[in-house]
Design a protein around this ligand. Structure first.
Ligand SMILES: Nc1ncnc2c1ncn2[C@@H]1O[C@H](COP(=O)(O)OP(=O)(O)OP(=O)(O)O)[C@@H](O)[C@H]1O
Ligand SMILES: [Mg+2]
Length: 467
């Protein structure tokens, strides 16, 4: 059964109560009926005894007189008496419900003749009158007959029927009340579960410092909430430890990488280098640049996760930043004869120079890596009203429309589009940095081929010139 717990609980309450009500109703009605019938039987037996005595002493006359006086009159349906001989023929009869037809069958008749007092109920006549019959032996002058006294069961039937209806109505009413009450109680009891679910749903890996509110009542749900909170605590510790490791490792890698690049640059500046050594050093230099970019990305990511991405905002000429990023890509670009240039307006904006340079480095790295031999890569900078637009365009395979949102997620890599594959972090970091600047970054979907990544810096971010 997949129904919610509150439905299941309510159904269970109602079923249990329905069983109790049914059992109680059955017991009360049967008991009432048997008590009333027993009382009627007692009256009929007394009457029978008196009629038998009178008949034995005085005969037929006295039979009628006594029967008339002693038989219980039960309202609208008076009682009656009948005398039948051992062959089942009616000898005498008195009262309304009785006819000339004998009221007893052969078996009951022979039992009564044997001396037993036989009680039975049966329906009789066209109106199917419900009768209670008591048969006793009656003797007169050595002749052994059977006296039957009968009374209507109509009132007892009525009384039990009324009681049954009342009990059923009461039962249905209390079932409805229990269903409503049960539903209310179950809902109230489970409300903390709803609250915990909503809260737990809202806790993402990016903010593990949140906790589930512990219900005030110290019950199983409070225990569950505490257990979940303890689990969140362990998760948070684990994630923090991982972030610290990434941050420390990246930090430690930066200094030797910078030294390595400086040494390569210095060595390359010497004229005495032979061709092959120069080529090897240039390749090592490219790799060092790449490695620096990756380490920078990891460090930025660790800072974003720790909520410590601080921006050192100052006015910067975007063309300068772009030129610097382009210079770092010159070597890999010229290897495949990629035409790499910056065009557009000289725009000065308030940004963190290092971080924004990192964004451009990531975009250019993607553009160059995805460009075909001899392709064109452009960084264009445009000033429009109070906002600034930076676009990095290439002539590579492009990014399919259904992947354009996902490429900004961490570790997202498009299959088959990974020459010298990266970690899938570049665009995620670009997005963090641009967002931290109050800007927006997205993939332009209007290009017939290639990729165009656009950045818009919000109006307040742009400043018109140096102070
Ligand atoms: N200019 C582009 N042309 C085609 N595909 C691109 C381009 N830029 C990004 N992509 C696709 O988006 C994915 C995500 O890019 P992203 O820069 O985040 O990661 P990466 O370049 O694979 O690795 P990293 O930048 O961390 O070294 C890439 O793997 C690539 O498939
Ligand atoms: Mg990249």
């Amino acid at each position: 059964m997949n129904a919610p717990i509150r439905v299941r609980l309510t159904v269970l309450y109602v079923l249990v109560l329905a069983a109790i009500v049914a059992a109680l109703t059955f017991f009360v009605v049967t008991r009432l009926r048997s008590d009333l019938t027993a009382e009627l039987d007692r009256g009929l037996r007394d009457s029978a005894a008196q009629i038998v005595l009178a008949y034995r002493a005085e005969g037929q006359e006295e039979f009628h007189d006594t029967a008339r006086t002693v038989l219980p009159t039960t309202g609208r349906e008076p009682a009656g008496a009948q005398l039948i001989d051992p062959l089942g023929r009616v000898l005498l009869t008195e009262g309304t419900p009785l006819t000339s037809v004998p009221l007893l069958d052969r078996r009951a008749l022979s039992r009564a003749l044997g001396g037993a007092s036989v009680a039975s109920s049966r329906r009789l006549g066209r109106r199917q009158q419900h009768l209670r019959l008591i048969a006793v032996p009656a003797q007169r002058r050595g002749q052994r007959d059977v006296l039957i006294v009968a009374a209507s069961l109509h009132e007892i039937d009525d009384a039990t029927h009324r009681t049954l209806v009342l009990l059923l109505l009461g039962g249905v009413g209390s079932l409805a009340l229990v269903a409503a009450g049960g539903w209310w109680i179950a809902r109230r009891a489970l409300r903390p579960v709803d609250r915990m679910t909503t809260r737990a749903d809202a806790i993402g890996i990016d903010d593990l410092s949140q906790r589930i509110v512990i219900p005030r009542v110290n019950d199983e749900l409070a225990h569950l909430a505490r257990t979940l909170n303890a689990m969140l605590e362990r998760l948070e510790d684990g994630v923090q430890a991982r972030e610290r490791l990434v941050a420390d490792a990246s930090h430690e890698l930066r200094a030797p990488l910078a030294a390595m690049r400086a040494e390569i640059d210095v060595t390359l500046a010497q004229d005495r280098l032979d061709g092959r050594a120069r080529e090897a050093l240039e390749l090592a230099g490219d790799d060092a640049v790449r490695l620096t970019r990756i380490v920078d990305n990891l460090l930025t990511l660790a800072r974003v996760d720790a909520g410590r991405l601080e921006l050192l905002v100052a006015p910067h000429d975007l063309s300068d930043l772009a030129e610097r990023a382009v210079r770092a890509q010159r070597a890999p670009a010229s290897e495949r004869e990629i035409d790499l240039a910056v065009d557009g307006d000289a725009v000065v904006v308030d940004v963190d120079g290092d971080r924004f340079g990192q964004v451009l480095a990531n975009l250019l790295d993607n553009a160059v890596r995805n460009s075909p031999q001899g392709g064109r890569v452009r960084v264009s900078i445009r000033r429009q009203a109070a906002s600034t637009h930076v676009t990095v365009t290439d002539e590579g395979p492009g990014i399919p429309s259904d992947a354009r949102e996902h490429v900004f997620e961490r570790f997202s890599r498009q299959n088959g589009a990974r020459p010298r594959g990266g970690a899938g972090l570049g665009l995620a970091i670009c997005k963090e940095i641009v967002n931290a600047h109050g800007g927006r970054i997205w993939i332009d979907g209007h290009l017939p081929r290639g990729t165009s990544v656009k950045i818009t810096l919000a109006a307040e971010q742009a400043s018109s010139g140096y102070p």
